[in-house]
Design a protein around this ligand. Structure first.
Ligand code: GLY
Ligand code: MN
Ligand code: MN
Length: 441
């Protein structure tokens, strides 16, 4: 893996340099300066929130834990890394730079965060400084020029072979941890116990994961962002929904699986139908496919699933148009993924900015673009039994075409979501998640 990454990295860097050249020209700047950032301090405290490095910094460098460092790029010159290695006996200080990326940079070590400012090139007005606005080092405040950001964000949608390699690794770590979590569920562990099994198998702590894991037993699966971690196991574990990812050198995976305990055949059959539907959507991650159209298509297929399982009686068309499917599938089909779990530019109209609106009635869709080779998106359809939405549905005229007794039977299972990370290629899609699970055997 390491040799392969080393050879892919030079090509990745060449691509980033080309993109930076164009972004700077568009914005009228001479230098690209990217802050890794510094940890946020808790209010009235001497403790920091976990540090998450600026994704632009992680795009250039596989460094996730070097607060106070800077990437500096001037077109035509070797990129520079200003590397903060403080004199500090309280904390672990970043180790001396090493790895496949080092030879590609001029590296300057600084001992104090403020010392980086004197090493920045050119006049301040000629620098595009990309970074969080606060906290900042006086003299190197981020200006985040929109034209530069628009160009860089747009092109972040097209992953390089190096990035795809890291995303495969993030998926493999995630799949391994999901497997351990499933075993913990089948052994009757609590949500907390399952979460611990997940972290141990991933060999990552919570703060290193790309997002807060959702580990939901039974009815808890109906809470879309359930992040509670009940310490006690329920008397009976009927169902298990886990949405959890992993990180590899700053890249994310985002994976959801839903399981039924043995003896819960009706719910298992519903999971199986959503699984078939999900594979069908993933197979449509192809160049030229409009993502919002795929989302609407998913509503139609899921309406058919609801009909097949006796939950609704109206036609597919009227289930979609009357909003019935939105009560059972109340989120988007998925989103771009990469350096961030919800990656940038999902709505962007072009490399110079602009927004592609969501289809009306679909306020939570996070991706409105047409798919192109190199993009990576999640495909995460779901069906849930959410009391609040079911109550609203009951008050509508369509309620007579819904089998409420059937819904009562499914409520104790919470819901189903199945989520894969899928690469759009020139040909058949690459399913990072399914490939990673296949390796487990
Ligand atoms: N886990 C966040 C998401 O699926 O979008
Ligand atoms: Mn997702
Ligand atoms: Mn997810």
């Amino acid at each position: 893996m390491h040799d392969r990454l080393a050879s892919l990295y030079s090509q990745h860097l060449a691509t980033l340099r080309e993109r930076a050249d164009k972004a700077l020209a568009l914005g009228g700047f001479d230098h690209l300066v990217i802050a890794a950032g510094t940890p946020l301090r808790k209010f009235l405290d001497d403790q920091d929130y976990p540090f998450v490095a600026n994704p632009h910094f992680r795009h250039w460098l596989p460094l996730t834990d070097t607060p106070g460092s800077w990437l500096v790029y001037t077109p035509g010159q070797k990129p520079k890394l200003i590397y903060l290695q403080p004199r500090d006996y309280w904390h672990v200080v970043p180790a001396a730079p090493s790895g496949y990326w080092v030879e590609h940079f001029d590296i300057e070590i600084v001992r104090e965060a403020i010392d980086a400012v004197a090493l920045l090139p050119g006049a301040a007005t000629h620098r595009a400084i990309i970074g969080p606005e606060c906290p900042t080092v006086p003299g190197a405040e981020a200006n985040n020029p929109q034209a530069v950001l628009d160009y860089l964000h747009w092109h972040r949608s097209y992953k390089t072979p190096y990035e795809l390699e890291l995303m495969r690794e993030a998926s493999r770590i995630g799949a391994r941890a999901h497997h351990a979590a499933e075993q913990a569920f089948r052994a009757g562990e609590s949500e907390f116990g399952i979460h611990m099994a997940y972290l141990a198998a991933a060999r990552q702590i919570d703060a290193e994961l790309p997002y807060a894991s959702i580990v939901a037993l039974n009815e808890h699966g109906a809470v879309l962002h359930y992040t509670h971690f009940d310490r006690n196991a329920p008397t009976q574990s009927r169902s298990f929904l886990i949405d959890a990812g992993a990180s590899a050198a700053g890249y994310a995976s985002d994976i959801t699986r839903t399981y039924a305990a043995a003896g819960h055949g009706e719910f298992q059959a519903l999971i199986d139908s959503v699984d078939v539907a999900q594979r069908g959507f993933a197979a449509k991650v192809r160049a030229g496919q409009s993502y919002p159209e795929l989302h609407i298509h998913a509503h139609h297929v899921l309406a058919e699933v609801l009909r097949e399982h006796g939950i609704i009686r109206m036609s597919v068309e009227s289930a979609v148009s009357s909003g019935v499917t939105s009560a059972f599938f109340p989120h988007g089909l998925g989103h771009p993924i990469g350096l961030q779990v919800h990656d940038v530019a999902g709505f962007q109209a072009s490399e110079t900015g602009g927004t592609i609106a969501r289809p009306q009635g679909h306020p939570y869709l996070r991706m409105t673009r047409v798919l192109e080779p190199g993009m990576v998106v999640t495909i995460e359809p779901g069906l849930y039994f959410i009391d609040m939405l079911l109550e609203e549905l009951r008050a509508k005229p369509v309620a007579t075409d819904i089998d409420w007794a059937r819904i009562e039977r499914f409520r104790p299972y919470g819901g189903i979501r199945i989520e894969d990370d899928v690469v759009c290629t020139d040909n058949t899609p690459e399913n990072l998640t399914r490939d990673a699970f296949d390796l487990i055997g």
